[in-house]
Structure formats: C-alpha cells, structure tokens
Design a protein around this ligand. Sequence first.
Ligand SMILES: O=C(O)c1ccccc1NCC(=O)[C@H](O)[C@H](O)COP(=O)(O)O
Length: 278
Amino acid sequence: MNSRTELAPAVASILEAARERPGGDAPVDVDARSLPDALARAEADGRVPVIAEVKPTSPTADGTRADDPVELARAMVEGGAAAISVLTEPTHFGGSPEALTRIREAVSVPVLRKDFVVREDQLDVVEADLALLIARFVGARKSNDSRASQNPSRSDADLEELVVAARERGFQALVEVHDREELEDALAAGANIIGVNNRDLAKLEVDLETFESVAPHVPDDVTLIAESGVSSPDDVRRMREAGADALLVGSAIMDHGAGDSNVTENTRRLVTATEHGE
Ligand SMILES: O=C(O)c1ccccc1NCC(=O)[C@H](O)[C@H](O)COP(=O)(O)O
C-alpha cells in the first residue's frame, strides 16, 4: 500500500458505509446560495470568512454534542459564520440529511453538505447549496485512470462526472484534496472551489503545513478553503497568510469535550482574528 491508497481504519469504515448507503429517487434541482458571494460579504463586513461545521461527533472527537442542530447553526451564524457545513453522515458523525434540510430552512447563508459521496445518485439524497466531493474517494479523471485502477480506495465514479452531475443539479461543487496530485485531479475535473484538508485520511493526523504546501499551486481564480485543524486565532491568521479565502472549522467550534461550550463565542473568536492580532 502507498500513501495514496492507505486509509486509517476509521476512514476505511466510513468509505465502506458510504458505498452501502442508497441514493435519492430522482435528481434534485437546487436554487443555490452563492458561496463566493457569502465570502465576499463577510470580507466586506471585516469578518474572516469562516464556514462553521455542525458536527455532532467524529472518529477523532472527544465526545458528542446532542444539541439541536438548528440551534447550533443559528448560534454559528450569530457568531459571524459566512456559511454552514453540515455533516450528514449518520454512522460515524451523528449527522442526517433531515438536519441539513432543517438548518437550510432556518438560516440564510449557504449550506454545505459534508458527506462521503461516491456515486451520482447519492447527490440526490438532500438539497444543499454546496456538495462536497473528496478527490481521494472518487475516481481520478479518465485520462489518468491507470492510478485510479490501481487504487482500491476509489470507487468507479469519476471526479469530473461527479462535478458535472453536481452542477447540473444546481449545487456548487467543493472538491477536497490533500496533496498536489489530488489538486491536479481537481483542476482537471473543472473544480473552481477547492478545499485543502489538513487532516491526513491515512493517519487522521492534522498538520497545517499541508495547506501551506498545496496553496501556492492553486490558481488565483479558484475559491480556496483551508479545512480541518484550525483551532485558534493564530491558526486562522496562519491559513489566511498562506492564501485561504475561507476556513472550514468543526471541532474548535463544536468543542465536543466541553459539552455545553458556547458555539457563538467559539465562532466569533475565529471570525474576528484579523491579520494584526485578536
Ligand atoms: O473529523 C474527523 O475526525 C474525520 C475523520 C475521518 C474523516 C473525516 C473527518 N472529518 C471530516 C472533515 O472534513 C472535518 O469535519 C472538517 O474539515 C472540519 O475539521 P475540524 O475543524 O478539524 O473538525
């Protein structure tokens, strides 16, 4: 196994469960709220663009938050979040498509569906403004399919086809990458919103240097998001200096271990981290 095929046991289990999950009955038709517009509004207001994540638990969380997801999302928006990410994966993250639907009805900012989509019909499970596609989990572009066929962690789905399928339904596609090779796959698939995940799905370790090493190779016209491991205002400043247009933050806002931690305050602390200090 090489670093491209290796997956932490928890991630292999997530992928296996994803492959088993059914899709929707018919293609959805989304009238999406624009993420780039929402990020620009945050910048214009002097807020750091933060996509705050409703993440009841995770394989690396030190607890579970059973709060009403709608209340959590509202609290994040009150704290200045530019957009909301919702984990809809039920088995390992405690999420649900129903929670996303309720949240999207309750807030006016864009809502990202954070899940492990491996087939086109799984896009039809729930409407959202953005759909996450993880380059590591879906097939590489056909012109490069020798790597895809060697990689057992990849399904038969093709990243470019999924990007097109997501857009045909009205979603904005957020393509997640972890290294330069996956970045090339994402760009070849036509991605214009790219997230660099600082969490290594082979070891589940988080290293902010991941974003710093990939970001310089991302074209300027791509909306670039730093994902995972951002836990302090210093981390926010570091990712912004490295070129992040927005930050996707779950654990530091949910603060699972503390149970009743104030999600509004946790969001505000990151949203107000300017280049010149807190
Ligand atoms: O968060 C996990 O433990 C995890 C484990 C295995 C696969 C994916 C995982 N997280 C998904 C995410 O992408 C994060 O929820 C998101 O980027 C926010 O990360 P963080 O701010 O570090 O919670």
